[in-house]
Design a binder for this molecule. Structure first.
Ligand code: NDP
Length: 447
């Protein structure tokens, strides 16, 4: 329940941003942690800081025309929502997925603002993308789409303005085409305008792995805080994209055993532990459906078409696919199966009723804005390297990432303690992120 002042803010969002359900959910989630903060610091309410935070600084929507391989003209819609630049240039990825509309980009940009603050790095929050569906498209079609998308977006971005990266449907290949077109239009090799670049053309070591690795490091900190370790733990990860693959890799290295993962067609179970080389081959090289993993693995693994990966009992669940993929009944099943820790590799993958059930059952719940912040933190490290025209080794960069995740973890717990919510990672992450952005906004005047 929200207190009265916060409820008024939420009502205003519902009224002004009608139909943007994911955005409403993300706003409600933050507001539900802020009761003790506004009670302690009335200046935030007096200066309407929270209301201002709910309104993006700028929203750009544009047409993306392109021709497919058959010469047929296709029209998609492009978005960039520049949410908050109190702490630094807007920073956040681009998502290419048919479900994309303004409400999804706004939820992601809003979340990103607090996540980025939590990293302690000088980056604001933004997000963008398109309702373009890359599935089944040829390389040439992907390139033409990216070039058309960037032909509009280039005028809104820059290393001191707005710095995009990847997200669902946007990986190394797409970033290459986007950066190539940006460079061509501007006639500038402005590496710092993008992150997630290839390591041979301005990218950082560990950026590809960073979100998944960071989530695994975060879980490791959660385990350490409870005097435990990954040893002997059975883990289930949803998705089999960038976050999932590198999450699985690091969890294995830290001693956990990931026994299931999936995609939108279903999931595979492999009790001996996922064969990562095979998974990478299926997903990153052959770009096939997850059933191809079970087919190539012979009798060691089976595929469940159309099912939810949360049917598989585990000690630790790491939802790493998409928003609202783990609902109340999934949560109840996980709790019954003995799950004790849930860490969000994806953005907002757990529905509010799932989060509530976890809290009631005493399951430790690490929200995405803390657990998956390693991706954007490493993007900020990439910006640092670009600005100093330097490049660091894999080991050095990974060590910095592990240290950042440890700091985020400790900051969540310390903030939760300070506001009377010991052990509550949601309250800790929301309040720590919020106060940092709010204090900067107060200092900068009425912005
Ligand atoms: P990818 O596109 O690389 O992978 C997404 C994966 O999720 C795919 O396996 C996809 O399967 C699966 N998936 C998508 N929708 C569903 C669904 N409805 N049910 C089951 N599986 C589904 O994206 P990323 O790994 O980059 O991103 C995953 C999540 O992590 C997103 O929420 C993103 O915002 C978040 N994130 C990503 C960061 C990054 O650095 N990449 C940083 C921080 C957060 P299919 O191929 O069948 O669609």
């Amino acid at each position: 329940m929200l207190d009265e002042k916060l409820h008024d803010i939420y009502d205003e969002v519902l009224r002004r941003d009608a139909g943007e359900t994911e955005f409403h959910q993300a706003v409600y989630e933050i507001l539900s942690s802020l009761g003790p903060v506004v009670a302690k610091h009335p200046q935030y309410a007096d200066a309407a800081v929270i209301r201002r935070m709910c309104e993006p600084e700028r929203q750009i929507i544009f047409r993306v025309p392109w021709a497919d391989d058959a010469g047929v003209v296709q029209i998609n819609r492009g978005f960039r929502v520049e949410f908050n630049s109190a702490l630094g240039p807007y920073k956040g990825g681009l998502r290419f997925h048919p479900s994309v509309y303004l409400g999804i980009i706004k939820f992601l940009g809003f979340e990103q603002t607090f996540k980025n603050a939590l990293t302690g790095m000088p980056i604001g929050g933004g997000k963008g993308g398109s309702d373009f569906d890359p599935k089944g498209r040829s390389d040439a079609e992907i390139m033409r789409f990216c070039q058309s998308f960037m032909t509009e977006l280039y005028r809104h971005i820059g290393e001191y303005t707005d710095v995009p990266a990847g997200d669902i449907g946007v990986g190394g290949r797409e970033l290459g085409y986007l950066f190539g077109q940006y460079k061509r239009i501007t006639n500038r090799y402005e590496s710092g305008t993008f992150t997630g670049k290839g390591v041979t053309w301005g990218g950082s070591q560990v950026r590809t792995e960073a979100t998944g690795y960071g989530t695994a490091f975060f879980i490791d900190e959660v385990l350490k805080a409870a005097n435990q370790s990954f040893d002997g733990k059975q883990v289930v990860v949803s998705g089999s994209g960038n976050v999932a693959i590198y999450g699985i890799e690091k969890i294995h290295q830290l001693g956990g055993n990931v026994i299931a993962c999936g995609d939108s067609s279903g999931y595979i179970v492999d009790h001996k532990g996922i064969d990562l080389e095979l998974l990478k081959d299926v997903k990153e090289v052959r770009r096939e459906r997850i059933s191809a993993y079970a087919e190539s693995r012979g009798g060691e693994s089976h595929f469940v078409g159309g099912g939810s990966v949360w049917e598989v009992p585990c000690d630790i669940a790491v939802p790493s696919a998409t928003q609202n993929e783990l609902n109340g009944s999934d949560a109840a099943r996980l709790i019954k199966g003995g799950c004790r820790i849930v860490a969000e590799g994806a953005n907002m993958p757990c529905t509010p009723d799932a989060v509530k059930l976890f809290a009631e059952a005493g399951v430790v719940f690490a929200p995405g804005k803390a657990a998956n912040a390693g991706g954007v933190a490493t993007s900020a490290l990439e910006m640092q390297q670009n600005a100093s025209r330097d490049s660091w080794t894999f080991e050095d960069t990974e060590q910095r990432l592990a240290e950042i995740m440890r700091r985020i973890h400790d900051r969540c717990l310390a903030t939760a303690d300070e506001y009377g919510k010991p052990g509550d990672y949601v309250a800790g992450a929301n309040i720590a992120g919020f106060t940092q952005v709010a204090d900067a906004m107060l200092a900068l005047g009425l912005i």
